[in-house]
Design a protein around this ligand. Structure first.
Ligand code: ZN
Ligand code: ZN
Length: 317
């Protein structure tokens, strides 16, 4: 089998002679497609100090499932958080906040491999009509949708999104579906063109203190600074960026203006499948290129270029 390995010296392609076995409690999945996201690029830079196989956005097929052999051959996407099942967070259904959680491709070996293992309950079936190229977007679409779990956004809301990269584009489309008044701060011409083709307004960087909700998806500390400038008093800043190192903010301004800051991470994969099935969210325009896993290092180089959207890895070859 082949896989990408993140070690002390960076990312490398490795080979092992044997395919892994599915365990008693885990299901063996053959990975079909996997997506490279901003978090993967940050992991390579040292975010979380992870050593192992990265990759948490994938679609694959079940190869071995001892608990339910009928599921063999099923096409699936995966909930990436694994909880202990016993703590208070897990009992409340919040395994994303289990203190002992394991996260695919972030704390445990992930999807940039021919094979991966996950518990059966984490594997969600993909509808027959949905292509692999669309299903591989479930994880970031779930992350985009999760904003709406925590913040009320409707037709009356003035919303600005800062950052229109691979996750930002999906967030823009999800916010656009709510009917809110949305504008996006985008840096690259490819980002602006794609937003314009979807009827999403670009600009409004100068309207200080004008927005009910500001979403930061820049993946960069500067995003929060701009968010603080654009949000109105008693407004909400949603932080979607994860990056290596701290960010500087003027806390006094946040206190005086009574700003709410909401951190936002993973969402429901089942919900994402329903939305991808039933909406016109455009994922195809976001596919920049597909590299075989064998050329995974080149794929990462491509994904780290400015203005490049989703680079996919075909993990079968
Ligand atoms: Zn991601
Ligand atoms: Zn737990």
């Amino acid at each position: 089998m082949r896989y990408l390995w993140l070690g002390a010296g960076g990312l490398s392609l490795k080979r092992a002679r044997d395919a892994p076995q599915g365990g008693e409690s885990e299901v063996l999945v053959r990975v079909r497609l996997a997506g490279i996201c901003g978090t993967d690029l940050e992991l390579v830079k040292g975010y979380y100090g992870f050593r192992g196989v990265p990759g948490h956005e994938f679609v694959g097929e079940i190869l071995e499932c001892r608990q339910d052999p009928d599921r063999v051959g099923q096409r699936v996407v995966g909930e990436i958080n694994l909880g202990c099942g016993e703590c208070e967070a897990c009992r409340k259904g919040l395994k994303t906040h289990c203190p002992q959680r394991d996260v695919l491709g972030i704390t445990r070996d992930g999807a940039f491999s021919n094979y991966l293992g996950l518990p059966a309950e984490n594997l969600i079936p993909v509808p027959h009509e949905m292509s692999d190229r669309r299903a591989v977007f479930c994880e970031p679409v779930a992350a985009a949708l999760h904003i709406l779990d925590d913040v009320k956004i409707d037709q009356a809301s003035r919303v600005v999104l800062i950052g229109a990269g691979r996750l930002g584009q999906l967030i823009a489309q999800v916010l656009h579906l709510t009917g809110c008044s949305l504008s996006v701060v985008a840096r690259h011409s490819s980002q602006v063109e794609l937003l314009a083709s979807q009827g999403i307004r670009v600009g409004d960087e100068d309207e200080a203190g004008a927005f009910d909700v500001v979403v930061d998806a820049t993946g960069h500390p500067s995003g929060l600074e701009l968010a603080c400038r654009l949000v109105r008093p008693r407004g909400t800043i949603v932080v979607k960026s994860t990056f290596h190192g701290p960010a500087e903010v003027n806390l006094s301004q946040l206190v005086v203006d009574e700003i709410r800051i909401v951190g936002s991470r993973c969402g429901s994969m089942r919900h994402a499948i329903l939305v991808l099935e039933g909406s016109r969210i455009d994922t195809e325009s976001l596919v920049d290129s597909v590299f075989p896993l064998e050329q995974g290092i080149e794929a990462f180089q491509r994904a780290s270029q400015p203005g490049v959207f989703k680079v996919l890895l075909d993990c079968r070859i």
